[in-house]
Ligand binder design. Structure first.
Ligand SMILES: NC(=O)c1ccc[n+]([C@@H]2O[C@H](COP(=O)([O-])OP(=O)(O)OC[C@H]3O[C@@H](n4cnc5c(N)ncnc54)[C@H](OP(=O)(O)O)[C@@H]3O)[C@@H](O)[C@H]2O)c1
Length: 313
């Protein structure tokens, strides 16, 4: 459990290099270009200093534009923000890794990245089509490259100096172990779905023991309803402690020792999701006792992203 007087300024050190990740991260998985820009600006203004991007989200240029404008307007230095992006499945072949990294860097308008992640452990047919499918609609996987091959190319990016840390996303503990054991540069971060319905406790314990930052995506259950945001225990705790259900879920994530990514799309929600403070111990323990188990995004099983359709707020 992280003990900190102020979650808004808490940072977790990375096991490689000198980087430190702000625990409260803003995710840029936003399909609309104009909303990407306004939400990223609003997140910066609310105080977020950690931004999670991906080639796959097809909006790195918009995120970059918003970050540059926000930096210029707010007197924020590049060193004050932590920017991550991700290598897409079609770029796992070692010779494609550096060009993909450079493409992201250019779109973001940056000259270095704080963190580069392998988006999923699944290699897809290399090429410009992000979602290659056969005539039956099945994903075309690339059997000609292993995750270890891709990891070695990621290590090369750190050696070249434009990438300060590397990690993995959408990986299970079984998938992480062989990479962790064989890596010359150990993964600094693992990004996976996590909320009270999917606590991923075993993976979290492994990460804590080995100084890997566990970075939770969908900490609000992606806003799905029914979902953690309207769980009776969360609603009762929110009423009791005078916080919103979203603030309770985000505080729980930080308090159990994870960093998190949330995607508020409006300025009001950005301020709400950044204004996080520790829960009383009894509330924290009560959330740990929630029994519902539910994975909301199937990407970890297939490499194809997508929240399993449900009603959204
Ligand atoms: N590695 C991966 O494969 C992967 C997969 C998914 C996500 N991610 C990353 O993780 C980030 C976060 O994931 P996520 O978007 O699922 O996070 P999330 O914060 O759990 O869910 C976001 C949704 O929750 C709703 N919401 C936000 N703040 C709220 C509040 N205060 N009260 C009520 N509802 C609220 C919003 O719905 P409305 O849109 O209706 O406002 C928003 O779209 C993504 O942006 C992306 O960077 C990574």
């Amino acid at each position: 459990m992280i003990e900190s007087p102020d979650f808004r300024t808490t940072k977790m050190p990375l096991n490689h290099g000198a980087g430190r990740m702000p625990v409260l991260g803003f995710g840029t998985l936003i399909p609309d270009a104009a909303v990407t820009i306004s939400a990223t600006r609003a997140a910066l203004e609310a105080g977020f200093r950690h931004f999670d991007c991906a080639e796959r989200y097809r909006n790195e240029s918009e995120v970059g534009e918003a970050l540059q404008a926000g930096i210029a307007a707010g007197g924020i230095a590049r060193e004050d923000i932590f920017v991550t992006t991700k290598l897409w499945n079609t770029n796992h072949r070692p010779e494609r890794v550096e060009p993909a990294f450079e493409g992201s860097l250019k779109r973001l308008g940056l000259n270095y990245l704080d963190l580069y992640l392998i988006h999923t452990p699944f290699a897809f047919q290399p090429g410009d089509e992000q979602d290659p499918r056969d005539q039956n609609g099945n994903v075309i996987y690339d059997r000609g490259v292993t995750l270890a091959d891709t990891w070695r190319a990621m290590e090369g990016l750190v050696d070249h100096g434009k990438c300060r840390a590397i990690g993995l996303s959408d990986i299970t503990l079984d998938g992480l172990l062989p990479i962790y054991e064989s890596a010359r540069i150990k993964p600094a971060v693992v990004q996976v779905e996590s909320h009270p319905y999917l606590p991923e406790t075993e993976l979290l314990e492994f990460c804590k023991k080995n100084d890997i930052v566990f970075l939770a995506f969908a900490p609000l259950g992606h806003g799905m309803r029914p979902g953690p945001l309207e769980d009776p225990a969360i609603l009762a705790i929110a009423a009791r402690v005078g916080k919103t259900p979203a603030q309770v879920l985000l505080a729980w994530a930080v308090q159990r020792g994870t960093a998190l990514l949330t995607t508020p799309r409006t300025a009001e929600r950005a301020r709400e999701n950044f204004d996080i403070s520790a829960l009383p111990d009894d509330a924290f323990d009560e959330i740990n006792r929630i029994q519902t188990r539910q994975r909301l995004n199937d990407v970890v099983n297939t490499g194809s992203p997508g929240f399993i359709p449900r009603v959204k707020s």
